[in-house]
Design a protein around this ligand. Sequence first.
Ligand code: PLP
Length: 367
Amino acid sequence: MNKKILVTQSSMPPYEEYVEEIKDLWETKWLTNHGAKHNLLEKKLCEYLKCPNVSLFVNGHMALYTAINFFKMKGEVITTPFTFASTTHAIVQNGLTPVFCDIKPSDYTIDEEKIEELITPNTCAIVAVHVYGNPCNVERIEEIAKKHNLKVIYDAAHAFGVKYKEHSILNYGDISMLSFHATKVYNTIEGGACIYKNPAWHQKFYELKDFGITDTEAMEVPGMNGKMNEFQAAMGLCNLKHIDEEISKRKKVYERYLDNLKDVKGLKIPVLRNDVEYNYSYFPILILDEYPYTRDETVAILNKENIYPRKYFYPLTSDYACYKENYDINSTPIAKKISEKVMTLPLYANLSLEDVDRICNILKNNS
Ligand SMILES: *Cc1c(COP(=O)(O)O)cnc(C)c1O
């Protein structure tokens, strides 16, 4: 049996580098609560990402929850159902009502031309996702938001380091959220961040992720515990030293997939734009009707060879047991169709090109 290939594998620094980085924690005994490594990582990420302000969190979901919580909004939020659970849950956990907008067949991001028809007097925000690292139409979304006085929050969990027209995609919208989960392009084991323009917000984020403590005896808001600890920050500092190399290795894997699969009938593969600098986070393909097998059959064929792609994103979040009674997935027909046909192929920096070829040969031989 061939060795098991999972959809992803976490990037890790050399063991010695991490051990060296955490050594002084045994002297300082300062393990969390905005420690030195946490503060240094915020600074280094601002520099690397070319973003004015970065506030770190214990995980991406807590960052997204807090980003939405930040504006104390009420009412409806226009969002996409083609995403990870976190996006929809964060809206609902803030007492807001998700209103699902369809996506574009070209890059699976929210269809900006279908947003306005969903706006009501109760709409307060747009929560869009740069899904697979593909930038949303940020200019058009900004225009719509201005016209209707809406906040814009981007779930940029997949978009670490992505540039659009030579600028960080994270600088669009009121707040962008990043995830540094172990499975993402850049990880701090678990972790996340909010990115925003106003430096005065830094203190407010700090309070929101530290129980709302403004002073040892003052609690202004019912805050969460969302702080990143020093062992996470140490992993982040180490991984940041290798991130460019990791992304360029991912690019090689990605291009090998493109090369191998470009002429396979019945497979739809990603199309890259020249105004975007990608991070090669995912390789999503659609198994179209012309392919001799369905998406689920194709997944089973690969599983039999010990290869584990993911049906990422299936089901739509609007089809989850906790939400489905309030929604009809037929109201977002493109998202529905794509979720039934999509899978993401294994992609990580250390995936060998031989393994990519083997995966592609299985897909080709069955076509
Ligand atoms: C990973 C992910 C999140 C949540 O991030 P965590 O760090 O796992 O909490 C949110 N949205 C999307 C689209 C994601 O893929």
